[in-house]
Write a protein that binds this ligand. Structure first.
Ligand SMILES: CC(C)(COP(=O)(O)OP(=O)(O)OC[C@H]1O[C@@H](n2cnc3c(N)ncnc32)[C@H](O)[C@@H]1OP(=O)(O)O)[C@@H](O)C(=O)NCCC(=O)NCCS
Length: 174
């Protein structure tokens, strides 16, 4: 399969917002209930416009449409679009975070997540970051483990409707 990777722009926001629920419902069904996935859309799974503004968010295109997204953050936000203050991190002593990887189910396991991970890692390293951290869905863990991330903690984070989503915190040195 041929796909291309490029930085996301604000014009991509509607397509990314459409992709996220399709990816989550299509690929997380073995890990979470449909109710929990629905409750995570918004508070946990969201388009973070700061990533687009910072030019740290990528989209993968194939067959003329956006079929994957993901990136990294140089700010103190680990997931969602309003967690943390939005403060810029100090690369010499704070880890950058890996953020919002979503691939369309029809394009899963074809290397899109891996390509976005490689691009994110190179970009974070070039800006002086020495560590990467992330909050992984249970579905995302194998991708990150493939890239050498180690689990640091199993946790639960707040979705909506009083539901909590089991996740895994992971990190790695770069
Ligand atoms: C996690 C996700 C982004 C992976 O994207 P992807 O494009 O399918 O991943 P890739 O094809 O690049 O996989 C790269 C490697 O990661 C590992 N991997 C990825 N998905 C895996 C899976 N479902 N099971 C086992 N290993 C997996 C494999 O080692 C794979 O290499 P291989 O295919 O040569 O064996 C995708 O499953 C997804 O969008 N899930 C739903 C949203 C989500 O939970 N995102 C994570 C948010 S933290």
């Amino acid at each position: 399969m041929i796909f291309t990777l490029r930085l996301a722009t604000k014009n991509d926001i509607p397509a990314i917002a459409e992709l996220i629920p399709v990816s989550a419902h299509g690929l997380q069904a073995d890990d979470y209930s449909p109710e929990l996935i629905e409750a995570a859309l918004g508070p946990i799974f969201a388009v973070d416009e700061l990533l687009i503004e910072d030019q740290t968010f990528f989209v993968a295109e194939a067959e003329g449409k956006i079929v994957g997204c993901g990136g990294w953050s140089k700010r103190d936000r680990l997931y969602g679009s309003n967690q943390g203050s939005g403060r810029y991190l100090d690369p010499s002593r704070e880890p950058a975070s890996i953020r919002a990887f979503f691939v369309h189910p029809d394009f899963a396991r074809r290397g899109i997540g891996a390509a976005i991970m490689r691009a994110s890692e190179i970009a974070a390293k070039s800006e002086g970051f020495k560590m990467l951290t992330l909050v992984a869905t249970l579905t995302g863990v194998p991708l990150y483990a493939h890239f050498g991330f180690k689990e640091t903690e199993a946790a639960e984070i707040d979705a909506s409707n009083g539901l909590r989503m089991p996740v895994v915190r992971m990190s790695k040195q770069i």
